[in-house]
Design a protein around this ligand. Structure first.
Ligand SMILES: [Zn+2]
Length: 202
C-alpha cells in the first residue's frame, strides 16, 4: 500500500500597520470548527499570478491552474475553486469572488511563489495575508520543495492554500480539506467549506 506522506501546511497572518486581532469565528458543521475566517470584502475577482525561482515542471503549473479552473465534481465535492464558488454563490445568492489567473505580477492580488527551497518550518505550503481593516488586501502563497512534490501533492497543497487565499482558516476535523495536515483522500472542496464561505461573504 502506498501512502502519501502527510503534507503539513502553515498559516501566518500579517497585517499592515497596527497590530491585528485575528477574527475568531466559529462555525460548527460536520463536527468541524474554523480557527479563523477572513474576507476580501465586496469584490468580484481575485487575480492570481504564479511565479517561481527555478524552471518548474510545466505539468505541475497546469495542475495548479486546474485547481482553480477545473469543472470536475465528485458528488457534492469540487475539484476546482471557481466552479465551487460559482455553485455556492448561485445557490445562496451571495457574491463571493472567483480567481482569475493573470500574466502580470503588478496587478496580482495573490502571488503563488514556487521554490526549490525547503522551508525552515515543517511546512510545504505557507500563506501570508496582508490585511486592511480586517479585510484581505493581498495574499502571498509559497509552495516549498516544489521540485520534489509529486502531482497529487501539488494538487492537494495548491487546493488547500487557495482555500486560505479565499479566506478559510484551518479546521479541527482531519476529514476536511482545510485540516492542517492534508491527505489525498480528503482533498476536495466540500459543501462544508462552501457554506462557511457563503456565510463569510454574506
Ligand atoms: Zn493551511
Amino acid at each position: 500500500m502506498m501512502q502519501l506522506k502527510p503534507v503539513v501546511i502553515g498559516l501566518i497572518l500579517l497585517s499592515i500597520g497596527m497590530a491585528t486581532i485575528i477574527p475568531i469565528q466559529m462555525i460548527f458543521a460536520n463536527e468541524s470548527e474554523w480557527n479563523s475566517l477572513l474576507s476580501w470584502g465586496n469584490i468580484k475577482e481575485i487575480t492570481v499570478y504564479i511565479e517561481s525561482d527555478f524552471e518548474p515542471n510545466a505539468q505541475k503549473i497546469e495542475i495548479i491552474k486546474s485547481v482553480i479552473q477545473s469543472k470536475l465534481k465528485d458528488k457534492e465535492n469540487f475539484f476546482g475553486w471557481n466552479e465551487a464558488i460559482t455553485h455556492i454563490s448561485y445557490k445562496t445568492e451571495t457574491q463571493i469572488p472567483i480567481f482569475t489567473i493573470i500574466n502580470k505580477t503588478h496587478k496580482s492580488d495573490v502571488i503563488i511563489h514556487l521554490t526549490e527551497m525547503e522551508s525552515s518550518d515543517p511546512f510545504l505550503g505557507l500563506t501570508k495575508y496582508q490585511l486592511s481593516n480586517q479585510t484581505i488586501e493581498s495574499v502571498s502563497i509559497t509552495l516549498y520543495d516544489f521540485d520534489e512534490l509529486d502531482d497529487s501533492q501539488v494538487e492537494f497543497l495548491a487546493r488547500h492554500e487557495l482555500g486560505h487565499a479565499i479566506g478559510l482558516g484551518h479546521t479541527t476535523n482531519p476529514f476536511d480539506l482545510m485540516y492542517p495536515n492534508i491527505d489525498s483522500e480528503f482533498g476536495l472542496i466540500s459543501m462544508f467549506d462552501l457554506i462557511s464561505l457563503s456565510e463569510l461573504y454574506n
